[in-house]
Design a protein around this ligand. Structure first.
Ligand SMILES: *Cc1c(COP(=O)(O)O)cnc(C)c1O
Length: 380
């Protein structure tokens, strides 16, 4: 099956043997009756498994070209589960401009438990090799990165991790399975904040992992059940419904993102524009190779350069909503320095280009003329 068909039908055969409903029913139940102790129809208790969640997990596996989907109560809960594959003393190599919450989870929680993190610029995949020790277990990659839109060559990193027998996990939240398939590029784990494009309507918080390997899947299912950060059936239903339109939504996000990036580039009040579709983006060639389009995320700096100049622009926007998060049908704008990335020390932030005047846009699927007019008046 091709992607657009999988988004709608992937893993959804016989979803409701009782009544043949086309959509997975919302099994709003914590438990299931047993005919005799231990005899049941595959579900015992909804932390361990729920039919609505199973339907979603199968859909996730299908769109990511994986074999096993594992859903969590948030993106961070999914990342937390991956880190729980490790032991004190183990080492992780990761991108230095990670999503702020991922950075906080690594540094404030798992570092305290004795896991060592190397944050490095991964623009050159070969940099990974320099930081590998006999304690390294996991390489964590986010691409495109948030909010600087750096691109990491997943296949190049995978060739190194497979040589050294390390796990490679890719946060695919920005690109989505529609634009980029990390498992096909050699990653072992693909992670999503399903809160963003997969859900797509800013109405839920959820995370997911997809893997190909059975043994790895079993360990992650064990952690999902043992730690218990599972999503409820209502949210699973919404995510499943979101995935069914992922391809059409992301197509329009990409179209509008391209138009906004080009508009900003020629606006006299704008400094730098970060979008991997520009031919002068440092990793444009890699982006073109591993992604089928460039996505709907665009970051830019206000030319004046001050925090106040960015605040002024954000306060004047009318169609773009000033809010955290991304990936919904509506356009959102944010100030990473004081919103999504406030948990990263200022000095660290600025090293990565997250200056005070940097604005991040999640370009939605409204009419492009309205979006451009909104930015134009705010920048004036
Ligand atoms: C939002 C986000 C996360 C965290 O996901 P939650 O669902 O908010 O827990 C992780 N990575 C990226 C790239 C994100 O945008």
């Amino acid at each position: 099956m091709k992607f657009n068909t999988k988004a709608i039908h992937g893993g959804q055969k016989n979803i409701d043997p009782g009544y043949n409903s086309v959509m997975a029913p919302i099994y709003q139940t914590s438990t299931y009756s047993q005919s005799s102790p231990g005899e049941h129809k595959g579900f015992e208790y909804s932390r361990s498994g729920n039919p609505t969640r199973s339907a979603l997990e199968k859909a996730l596996a299908s769109i990511e070209n994986g074999s096993y989907g594992i859903a969590f109560g948030s993106g961070l809960a999914a990342i937390d589960a991956v880190l729980k594959l490790l032991k004190p003393g183990d080492e992780v190599i990761c991108t230095n401009d990670l999503y702020g919450g991922t950075y906080r989870l690594f540094i404030s929680i798992f570092k305290e438990f004795g896991i060592k993190f190397h944050f490095i610029g991964l623009n050159e995949a070969a940099a990974v090799e320099k930081h590998i020790t006999n304690k390294t277990r996991l390489v964590w990659v986010e691409t495109p990165t948030n909010p600087m839109m750096n691109i990491i060559d997943v296949a190049a990193v995978a060739s190194i991790t497979s040589k050294h027998d390390l796990l490679l996990a890719v946060d695919n939240t920005f690109a989505t399975a529609y634009l980029q398939q990390p498992l096909d590029l050699g990653a072992d784990i693909v992670m999503h904040s399903a809160t963003k494009y997969l859900g797509g309507h800013s109405d839920l918080v959820m995370g997911s992992l997809v893997v190909k390997d059975k043994e790895l899947a079993d360990r992650l299912y064990f952690i999902q059940n043992a730690s218990g950060a599972v999503p409820g059936p209502q949210d699973c239903f919404l995510a499943l419904r979101g995935i069914k339109t992922l391809h059409v939504r992301v197509q329009r996000h990409c179209e509008n993102g391209r138009a906004i990036a080009q508009f900003l580039k020629q606006n006299k009040h704008v400094g730098a524009v970060y979008w991997p579709g520009f031919t002068d983006h440092p990793n444009h060639a890699v982006a073109s190779r591993q992604m089928s389009d460039y996505g709907g995320m665009v970051s830019f700096t206000v030319k004046k350069g001050t925090l106040q100049s960015a605040v002024d622009v954000l306060e004047k926007l009318k169609v773009f909503t000033l809010a955290e998060s991304l990936g919904g049908v509506e356009s959102l704008a944010g100030l990473p320095a004081s919103m999504t990335h406030a948990s990263i020390p200022k000095e660290e932030r600025e090293k990565q280009g997250i200056v005070d005047s940097l604005i991040r846009l999640s370009v939605g699927i409204e009419d492009i003329d309205d979006l451009m007019a909104d930015l134009e008046q705010a920048l004036e």
